[in-house]
Design a protein. Structure first.
Length: 140
């Protein structure tokens, strides 16, 4: 196996930025994302969410396209939420777009802290635009 060290900070939002990620739902979403990462040989390094979006720091091997991992993680987490929360007003969905930036291993502590403090950042308005940017494609 070849040596690789590929780190990504990925963020994506709920459909129409609906504030529907509730505390009880987070373990289901996180477990599904972690499961998909493991199946693909990826490693989730940090993860957190606020009611309308999620942040994931992950190491993805170079033979896996980031777009594939995001698509698969969104798909499995959507399936898990809808299967476990059948009393939702409407089915849980993610929006089409996502944001991704790479970071070096030495920057991981910064990325990890940023992800861990999502609620605080959004309450105080102290967000880092580059780490919050999501392409907003709304397609039905």
């Amino acid at each position: 196996m070849s040596y690789w060290s590929c780190f990504y900070h990925i963020v994506w939002a709920t459909k129409y930025r609906q504030e529907i990620i509730i505390l009880g739902m987070q373990p289901t979403i996180y477990d599904a994302i972690t499961q998909k990462a493991s199946q693909l040989g990826c490693k989730v390094l940090a993860m957190n969410s606020v009611p309308d979006h999620i942040h994931v720091a992950i190491s993805i091997p170079p033979h896996i396209a980031v777009a594939k991992w995001v698509k698969d993680a969104k798909g499995l987490s959507t399936y898990a939420v809808n299967g476990n929360f059948s009393d939702l007003e409407s089915p849980f969905k993610w929006q089409e777009g996502y944001g991704v930036v790479t970071f070096g291993e030495k920057n991981f502590p910064y990325v990890e802290r940023y992800i861990a403090r999502q609620q605080e950042h959004h309450q105080t308005g102290q967000i880092v635009d580059k780490l919050e940017r999501i392409e907003e494609l709304e397609m039905d």
